[in-house]
Design a protein. Structure first.
Lengths: 108, 348
């Protein structure tokens, strides 16, 4: 599965980066293709290309603050998960994100 | 609007607000350090440092409101929120008034964005209508409606904190410390931090000292526990020893998270006890710290630097003692087992 994710937290120095690690780890273990944009205290690192966003089958926002440049995702359906939760249970959280997509797929 | 949304908007505002508080708090303290307690009467370099810090403080409530509004209604809400926050600041409604002005600005702009204008004048919305009418509405409502009760609350809050009884002091410091350790950088931790920020906005920096102790104790407790009870931690975990000391010194509580995630029911309460005790000692000793971030690097800015460091050490030792007492011994096998949950920090 092609996944893109954004991580961010209030201080932008620790949770943000740990959540990025957690997402990367979970996605690798599940054999997914993953690209992660980090919105930390130093600004946006590893900014996603619009083509990455458009091609993604799953968009994860592991954030507890608002995502910067939200309009890039205007017609998308990002799944919001708390970064703390992602850090504690990376695999379970990824699973949960994938499951939240299911209803939409069924309706197609 | 759900509770979770409100929390997200608030945290967004706080995340942009923190650097201003850090700049203002530390520069003002440095001004005092170099220029003495009447530095504001001088025109020397120390006075300039002091006034630059004051300028950072002067806009911080505006920034808080601006980015709460931004979180709600995106770019066009920044100016409206900023001005609303400055109005709140001017009438003494402080942190609380700024916060309310920010939410008001966000929802006013969000509503204005939805108004359907004819195509020909649609572009006037973001360049004219929102800045002028949005700001006017938010400014007026902040001044007449939000401001007075918020200013009253702000003063009441300041008076309450400045006239705390001993038992009140004990309760507040224990709760603040425990909250700092509860989720280590998460929303509960940030709520305690916001409390200290609100107090500092009223020129009371005692809660800030206590809260920073509460944030530095968890990684320190874990580091100390790993030193004295090697057989209660896995090899993986002990690999993070240096990181935990760095986390304690730099006030990055998050270094403790992997340990808490691996064994939450034992680790989190132990750390909460340590942080609560540390904050209590700092608060009771009357330590005040005019720096909202920085950890050990800002110890010289505390009014009682040694007492402040002592309270960190006491908290760390207590937390470590509880941790060692409640954690079970691990077998050789478990110690060398690679953790599957551990998510490390690549900062150290």
């Amino acid at each position: 599965m092609k996944i893109v994710a954004i991580t961010a937290c209030a201080a932008g120095i620790a949770h943000t980066y740990m959540a990025a690690e957690a997402v990367k780890k979970a996605a690798r273990e599940a054999g997914d293709e993953i690209k992660i944009e980090i919105q930390g205290a130093m600004g946006i690192e590893n900014r996603l290309k619009q083509s990455d966003i458009d091609d993604a089958e799953l968009i994860i926002f592991a954030v507890n603050i608002s995502v910067r440049d939200r309009d890039r995702f205007s017609d998308k359906n990002p799944i919001l998960i708390d970064p703390g939760e992602f850090i504690s249970n990376p695999n379970k959280s990824l699973e949960k994100a994938k499951n939240s997509l299911l209803p939409k797929h069924r309706s197609l | 609007m759900k509770g979770r949304d409100i929390q997200r908007h608030l945290l967004t505002g706080v995340s942009y607000f923190i650097p201003f508080v850090v700049a203002g708090g530390i520069l003002i303290a440095l001004g005092f350090l170099f220029g003495g307690i009447y530095v504001f009467n001088d025109t020397n370099l120390a006075a300039q440092i002091f006034w630059i810090g004051k300028d950072a403080f002067g806009v911080m409530v505006g920034v808080l409101a601006a980015y709460i509004a931004y979180s709600i209604a995106d770019r066009p809400a920044i100016a409206v929120g900023f001005v609303g926050g400055m109005v709140a600041n001017r009438i003494g409604a402080g942190f609380i008034g700024g916060l309310l002005a920010g939410f008001l600005a966000g929802y006013v702009v969000l509503y204005m964005k939805k108004i359907n204008l004819p195509q020909s004048i649609r572009s006037l919305m973001p360049v004219l209508f929102i800045p002028v009418f949005g700001t006017l509405i938010v400014g007026l409502v902040t001044f007449y409606v939000i401001g007075p009760p918020a200013a009253w609350l702000n003063t009441a809050f300041a008076n309450l904190l400045n006239n705390l009884s001993v038992s009140g002091t004990i309760i507040i410091s224990l709760v603040l410390g425990a909250m700092m350790a509860f989720d280590m950088g998460g929303p509960v931790n940030k709520a305690a931090y916001a409390f200290a920020l609100a107090a500092s906005d009223n020129n009371n920096w005692v809660p800030m000292a206590a809260v920073m102790v509460g944030g530095m104790v968890p990684p320190l407790s874990i580091a100390l526990a790993m030193l004295v009870a090697k057989n209660k931690f896995t090899e993986d975990e002990r690999g993070g020893l240096a990181g935990c000391f760095i986390g304690a010194a730099t006030y990055i509580t998050e270094f403790a998270i992997p340990y808490a995630a691996a064994d939450p029911l034992r680790v989190i309460p132990s750390l909460m006890v340590g942080s609560a005790v540390g904050s209590l000692v700092s608060y009771l000793a009357g330590v005040s710290l005019m720096a909202p971030h920085g950890g050990l690097f800002v110890f010289a800015l505390a009014n009682k630097p040694l007492m402040w460091i002592l309270s960190i050490i006491i908290g760390g030792v207590v937390g470590a003692a509880v941790l060692v007492a409640v954690k079970p011994k691990l077998s050789e096998e478990e110690i060398s087992k690679k953790g599957d949950k551990k998510v490390g920090l690549d900062l150290g």
